[in-house]
Design a protein around this ligand. Structure first.
Ligand SMILES: O=C(O)CCC(=O)C(=O)O
Length: 270
């Protein structure tokens, strides 16, 4: 018996961000979130992009980071409870108790409760993340209304081991907030579709638009079903990418091609 809802309406906030300006980014994102909540197909879940408070202001990230992500959590919780909507709060720069700054996803349920927190485990050296941020130390699944979901951030999707680990832990949907730039649109779309097909799971990925000194971010946020079909895809402009996902499709696809039963872990050397 299915214990989760039949479907979810999703709204991905494909925002432009102002480098190093958390208050301005919060207002900008809030306006888009409020707009998303007025849609005829009212969202059950809103998702934000990676590092949506600061962008990649890495040279000032110590000073900008949110202590234990508490102010971001409180702000997201208030919005979620007010609008009765789940929020996958992209990621923010979190100053942890150990003084290190991490790239951390916060997940808040409809009641405003924090149900998941994940810090990016693969840091992206091309953007010098490893010089300014500490890695997360664990993989994370979380339960939203009876559906187990997996957490990942941006560069993490280049590591199929992570998606597979989350799927084996029972995740049926993978969330991927990102700041993924040109010229690697082909990698973005292909990797996300591959993660969906190989793990027979939904992949929901929210990428920012706009640019900073070093990069042009292309948006193209995606909602991909467990067959690897693209249900919704953004363009390069700021906006809300909406889509409706049928949650039982994961079990149907896994039943038709029993990939998880056919695995040969006895032969894999990982
Ligand atoms: O892997 C890539 O090409 C982009 C990754 C990235 O931009 C990030 O992790 O922030």
């Amino acid at each position: 018996m299915r214990s989760y809802p039949e479907y979810w309406n999703l709204a991905l906030i494909q925002a432009d961000l102002i480098l190093g300006e958390p208050a301005l980014n919060r207002s900008r994102i809030e306006a888009l979130m409020e707009q998303a909540m007025t849609a005829a197909a009212r969202p059950d879940l809103i998702m934000l992009p990676e590092m949506w408070t600061t962008g990649y202001a890495l040279d000032r990230i110590q000073e900008l980071a949110d202590p234990e992500a508490e102010s971001s959590r409180a702000w997201l919780s208030a919005f979620a409870a007010k609008h009765n909507v789940h929020i996958v709060g992209g990621s923010v720069a979190e100053r942890s108790k150990d003084g290190q700054v991490r790239n951390t996803m916060l997940v808040i349920d409809r009641q405003g409760r924090e149900v998941g927190r994940y810090s990016k485990i693969h840091l992206f050296r091309l953007m010098q993340e490893e010089k300014h941020l500490a890695e997360g130390t664990e993989t994370v699944t979380f339960d939203l209304e009876g559906l187990l979901c997996g957490a990942s951030v941006c560069y993490d999707i280049r590591f199929p081991e992570l998606g597979r680990t989350l799927a084996l832990a029972g995740a049926k949907l993978l969330f991927v907030p990102a700041e993924w730039p040109h010229p690697r649109l082909h990698h973005w779309r292909t990797l996300l579709q591959a993660r969906a097909i190989e793990n027979q799971m939904y992949v929901v990925a929210c990428n920012r638009v706009g640019q900073d000194a070093a990069n042009r971010f292309f948006g193209h946020s995606l909602i991909i079903d467990p067959w690897g079909e693209i249900l919704s895809e953004g363009g390069e402009e700021e906006g809300i990418i909406a889509g409706c996902i049928q949650l039982a499709l994961v079990d149907e696809v896994r039943g038709r091609i029993p990939v998880f039963e056919d695995r040969r872990p006895d032969l894999y050397r990982l």
